[in-house]
Design a protein around this ligand. Sequence first.
Ligand code: TA6
Length: 286
Amino acid sequence: VTMTDGEGGLPVVRVSTAVASGEVYLHGAHVTSWQPAGAEPVIWLSAESEFRPGAPIRGGVPICFPWFGAGRTPSLAPAHGFARIAPWRLTGASDDDGTVTLTFALTHDDASGAPGADRWPFRFTAGYTVTFGAELTLALTVRNAGDEAFSFEEALHTYLAVADARTATVDGLDGARYLDKTSSGEPRQVLQSGPVTFTSETDRVYLQGAPTTLLDPGSRAITITPENGADTVVWNPWVAKAAAMADFGDDEWPAMVCVETANALGDAVTLGPGESHTLRVTYAVR
Ligand code: TA6
């Protein structure tokens, strides 16, 4: 494992196939890129992203836990929970003939200094396994390490690269109901008809966790195969929202679509003492 000073003082870690020591901590265990052999980058990362303690990285795969968005209690901060801005310990790195697997761990104690950790006082352990190969697989396992049941929300908030969001479509959600978070007041429930297209700010929680395909016409398809996710979140900020985010370039919004594997709605997953749950998703380029 080699570490160099990244921007903003966060270490950039180049993981060799040597087994990583237990003393390497990575901000949010945040995957920032994946480019399979012979393909264009699949994961999108903003050129304006911050890389500093306490701030989420814009793009890549933020780990949203133990709440999604503002959580069940309005104005629960930070948005999307504390896991994506907490120090995850790198616990393993292996290379099996070009397929690299990294494992990370986050404990209640390691997370205790992260903003917002004091708002969710349950004893937990989380494991995260990232497998880079011809496909990308992400698996987030949460375990109740305490003596009382707890509930949480979670999402693998993946930013996928597209040639142009205005012509990209997401197939596989036809007939699914979704919460439209761009509607004023309480999100209204809408029925999806046909492929998802992007003609304005799009921020939807689909109440379905089936496989989807992000189609980039004339370019490629990215298949998204979730496991144990009840919801699929689809997001593009469009012009105004992108301009309002300091860590999102004004002209970057056509280059990405978020398709997120999630259990995003209140009390999504409940674990009794000692129980665990794994949210998994695999991406492939066709
Ligand atoms: O996943 C979509 C969403 O919940 C949007 O509402 C938008 O806020 C996006 O997440 C990004 O959230 P962030 O806190 O990373 O700016």
